[in-house]
Design a protein around this ligand. Structure first.
Ligand SMILES: [Zn+2]
Length: 244
């Protein structure tokens, strides 16, 4: 019988959530946070092996995870599988809760996605278990620009779902994040994706596939040869007429 493996977003929003400050002393009170309410079912047979395999697959997609500082409880620190087994000092395997470990990994993926998209160097996050369920968690990740939050959540969750199911990422892979960052960094001036792919010596088919995914999911829009981040006004454009 196939073991259940599922990750579902029950809700996500952006705000200051003052109560979340207690979860991580590095949270900056004035910086907004993305809050994701996530439900996770994951019961692999070989627990530690499954977690290490999942972390390895995520590092392939998001290599910067290796550079993260993780201040969580020792048994839950990410990427421990690379250098130390999850053993307690007396040699017994720590009985970590796998759904919580997975939620915590999703938090780190979101941190990485925020940092890549916005170019911010320091981004903090926290994962809180909920009193009403052992499979439901609140993840908080700093995000100074509300405009990037939907893409952060969508990409991070897509990556986690793909890795759990052993699926390919196709258009939602790392090139989509890099391209979105380039478009976002243009601050309303628009990016010519064909010229960018040529300049950066990127595979044009990969860039086209990433662009299709970003467009289809409403994160970017095309105007003639240029692509804009969906929430941005084109620079120096007269205000749009609103229909009554
Ligand atoms: Zn951590």
């Amino acid at each position: 019988m196939k073991r259940r493996s599922r990750i579902r977003i029950a809700g996500s929003e952006v705000g200051l959530f003052p109560h979340s400050l207690a979860l991580n002393p590095r949270f900056r009170p004035e910086v907004q946070r993305i809050k994701v309410d996530v439900e996770i079912e994951w019961e692999p047979l070989r627990r530690n092996d499954a977690l290490v395999a999942l972390e390895n697959a995520l590092v392939e997609i998001s290599p910067n995870l290796r550079r993260h500082e993780c201040f969580g409880p020792p048994a839950y620190r990410i990427l421990r599988g690379f250098d130390a087994p999850r053993d307690t000092p007396d040699g017994e395997t720590a009985q970590i809760e796998l759904p919580l470990a997975l939620a915590h990994l999703l938090e780190h993926l979101m941190i990485d996605t925020v940092a890549t998209l916005t170019g911010e160097v320091l981004v903090s996050g926290a994962t809180g278990a909920r009193w009403d369920s052992r499979q439901r968690f609140d993840i908080f990740v700093e995000c100074s620009d509300v405009a990037v939050a939907p893409l952060v959540v969508r990409l991070s969750v897509s990556w986690m779902q793909a890795v759990m199911a052993g699926r390919r990422l196709d258009g939602a892979g790392p090139p989509a994040l890099e391209l979105a960052h380039r478009i976002y960094a243009r601050s309303g001036r628009g990016l010519d994706p064909t010229a960018w792919a040529r300049r950066q010596r990127r595979d044009p088919r990969q860039v086209a596939s990433a662009l299709r995914w970003l467009e289809k999911n409403g994160f970017v829009r095309r105007e003639q040869d240029l692509v804009y981040y969906q929430t941005e006004r084109r620079a120096a454009t007269p205000p749009r007429r609103r229909s009554a």
